[in-house]
Design a protein. Structure first.
Lengths: 171, 320
């Protein structure tokens, strides 16, 4: 980022190439619509561009980038709730029937969690963020991250133990 | 934490996550190494992680362009987009202004996606082709567009889709075809939709109306009407009665209800096909069965697929 702010355009392109798949999957898991995921991915990098001159290299860039992505996601969710019909943005649909049963199980199990618990778990499992990074991103104490992560994992573990025999029935 | 377990399950979890400071990690590890119950706890968390890892994501299906030029491109498209209105235009101008002050400002003015054809092809080749039943044809490239005619983005992208396909049809007669499939956001004709979305009460009627018009060779007349009457934020959507009245007046169709009942199963079949193909939103395209979720790459997709069919490089058809 420092190189980009100093005028090296390729520096940003390198950052983009390095992180675009991670940001895409971050949004793709949180939106059933691939086009929305693309838009949000671009919005995230636009946000980074806008803030380039103010960027201070404290902490990992990846953590900073997910912070921008998470704020972008929050804005989108609020807009979608407010303007869903007017802008033809569709609520998430159920998983396609072609999804493997195990993936359906994961999506349903995650959907059953408390919203913050789910975010904590997903940020840890999929984005591989550290506890302190998740705490900073969500604006909650690190101990709360740990307790919520524990609760979310226990809930999934309970579902796993209780529902394993039924998973194969789901289509 | 109990007398038998001087560490808490949360600490066991944090140990597995590598989130304990060295001293605490050593203390917890000493206990876990000799405690089968705590090892089972850790194993249980590992099993949860393994199951979560089964939910993998496809690689980006779109050419999300390198940021500089694409930022400008998007800003320009927002500026021109009739749906966005004054607020969006102001934001677009702001974005252009912001970007113009950044080091790569010359790309802003070009307005072209900063993705080369070669870059596109490299990514396109990695995309899977989905299974979907399509009528047989001699065409080498089949573009399937999934639409809801009351979806504002769909009608925005419809003219652009026609332009691209027609340009290639002109340059490569008989080798390109466009199929339109319905994906209305209305449960009356799309059982896969979780609900009938507000503003889409007439989507089923619109789907049938376009099918009727297509039979009469008047499809473009009717779709032009949908484009001209696309719903703006805050404005009312086209109601079913208005669509039916328009079809009666312009196409002379007096038995719309009967035709509706006849054609409804075909609309439902399209929606089912969309679901089976993994199409989750509108507008959406398949180019020779590869997903395309943005009009921005449709041209390059056709160019590449034609080049493969011809066994040589196909020149871009568009002079745009």
């Amino acid at each position: 980022m420092a190189a980009y702010a100093a005028g090296d355009r390729r520096a940003f392109d390198e950052l983009f190439e390095r992180h675009r798949a991670a940001i895409w999957t971050f949004f793709r898991r949180r939106s059933a619509d691939p086009a929305a995921a693309e838009e949000l991915t671009q919005d995230t990098f636009v946000g980074v561009l806008r803030a380039a001159s103010r960027y201070r290299p404290v902490g990992a860039f990846r953590s900073y980038l997910f912070g921008v992505a998470f704020r972008t996601l929050g804005t989108w969710r609020r807009q979608r709730r407010r303007l869903a019909a007017a802008h033809d943005e569709h609520p998430d649909r159920v998983a396609p029937a072609s999804d493997p049963a195990s993936v359906l199980w994961v999506r349903r199990a995650l959907a059953a969690l408390d919203e913050i618990d789910r975010e904590v778990l997903m940020l840890r499992e999929y984005e591989q963020l550290r506890y302190d990074e998740i705490a900073s991103l969500l604006g909650i104490p690190m101990n709360t991250v740990r307790s919520r992560l524990f609760r979310a994992r226990m809930a999934l573990k309970a579902q796993l133990n209780g529902g394993a025999s039924r998973r194969g029935d789901r289509t | 934490m109990t007398p038998a377990h001087p560490v808490s399950p949360e600490e066991v979890m944090a140990l597995a996550d590598g989130e304990l400071d060295p001293a605490t990690a050593a203390r917890v590890r000493d206990h876990v190494d000799g405690c089968s119950q705590c090892q089972a706890v850790a194993h249980g968390f590992g099993a949860v992680s393994s199951h979560l890892a089964e939910w993998t994501m496809e690689p980006p299906t779109l050419m999300i362009a390198s940021p500089g030029a694409r930022v400008a491109d998007r800003a320009a498209s927002r500026f021109l987009h009739p749906l966005v209105g004054a607020i969006g235009a102001a934001a677009a101008i702001l974005l252009v202004a912001i970007y113009a002050n950044l080091p790569s400002s010359p790309a802003v003015l070009s307005g072209s996606p900063n993705v080369s054809y070669e870059e596109f092809v490299a990514e396109w080749r990695t995309q899977p082709r989905v299974a979907i039943d399509l009528p047989s044809s001699d065409a080498k490239v089949t573009v399937v567009m999934f639409v809801d005619w009351l979806c504002a983005v769909c009608v925005r992208d419809w003219p652009g889709t026609l332009d691209i396909v027609k340009n290639y049809e002109h340059a490569h007669p008989g080798r390109v075809r466009l199929l339109v499939k319905d994906l209305p956001w209305n449960t009356a004709c799309n059982p896969t939709s979780p609900q009938t979305l507000r503003g889409h009460e007439g989507s089923c009627d619109a789907a049938v109306a376009v099918r009727i018009a297509d039979e009469m060779g008047r499809r473009d007349d009717l779709t032009d009407w949908f484009v001209a009457n696309q719903r703006l934020p805050g404005s009312a959507a086209l109601p079913p009665t208005l669509i039916r009245d328009h079809v009666a007046q312009t196409l002379g169709v007096e038995d719309f209800e009967r035709r509706y009942r006849e054609m409804l199963p075909a609309v439902i079949a399209d929606a089912d096909a969309a679901l089976a193909a993994g199409v989750l939103g509108t507008p959406h395209w398949l180019v020779n069965r590869i997903h395309v979720s943005s009009l921005a790459i449709l041209d390059m997709a056709l160019r590449y697929e034609l080049s493969q069919a011809d066994g040589a490089g196909a020149a871009p058809a568009s002079s745009r």
